[in-house]
Design a protein around this ligand. Sequence first.
Ligand SMILES: Cc1cc2nc3c(=O)[nH]c(=O)nc-3n(C[C@H](O)[C@H](O)[C@H](O)COP(=O)(O)O)c2cc1C
Length: 315
Amino acid sequence: MIRTPLCELLGIEYPIVQGGMAWVGTAELVAAVSNAGGLGTAGGGNASPEEVAREVRLVRGLTDKPFGLNIPLAISEYADEIVGLCIEEGVEIVVIGAWRPGNHIARLKEAGITVMSVVSSVALAKRLERQGVDVLIAEGMESGGHIGDVATMPLIPQVVDAVGVPVVAAGGIADGRGLVAALALGAQGIQMGTRFICTTECTVHENYKQAIIKAKDRSTMTTGHSLGHPVRALRNPMVHEFEELERRGVTEQEIIEFGTGKLKLAAIGGDVINGSVMAGQIAGMVNDIVPVKELIERIVAEAEEIIGQLQGVVS
Ligand SMILES: Cc1cc2nc3c(=O)[nH]c(=O)nc-3n(C[C@H](O)[C@H](O)[C@H](O)COP(=O)(O)O)c2cc1C
């Protein structure tokens, strides 16, 4: 049985977190992960407080297990209201994605909420620990969605060495080998995004899932560097056009307008040509669509087997 202190802290059975994913990590997926013993996380994206409240209630209707709510503080225009809503609704775990958290962490902590934060550097990890974050999710640049510029392998041990709070490893993990590697690097658990998209309970459009299934190791690329917020997605005509706009040096406003709504177009509309199919480099290793419970149990069983085999390496 793979258990770490993170399991006690979050009230979960397995140290496996489903990362918040705007438009993709809907209530069905979140509840399925929590019901299977992991931690599901609802993706707030830039949704309004009313939409977020509805999502929280939907998840509550599907599970009585702990789950998290992801608030991208840096981009959400409703950050203040959503923090208030978490407090009113009694949300137990909030995952913030922020480089300027303001006084939000203090407000959440005063309300007794466990605060987790996604970080992509040692400096940010240290700053957020000082501000009272309970768990840091160190996310490498292999990840799908918005990324930093350090890869998972060097990032995890450096963050682990720099902070005292539990660290969860994210980026490029999809199976038991990844879980064992993350634990070996000093993390107390893993967060996956891309792998959880290809599950029965994920409500994303079937075309999105099939695009990930077809992907190979080099199928993703990054855009948005000119905006300072790079994003990793599967290569398709949309990202090539995005790249071309950046190369031509069009205005920031034009690039933002071009990119707006593209994830929704792929995730809900199923347009994987003109939409943004955000996914990580691990997409090349995702080859099936399985129920969440089966996936989590498979990862844990595989990790236990590997740990057993590794004993034999030591003579
Ligand atoms: C489609 C998609 C949407 C995402 N949206 C968010 C988001 O809204 N907030 C966030 O903090 N992370 C977001 N992420 C990152 C994931 O939560 C997770 O950390 C990441 O996918 C882990 O790397 P992996 O894709 O290699 O598993 C997103 C990732 C994907 C693939």
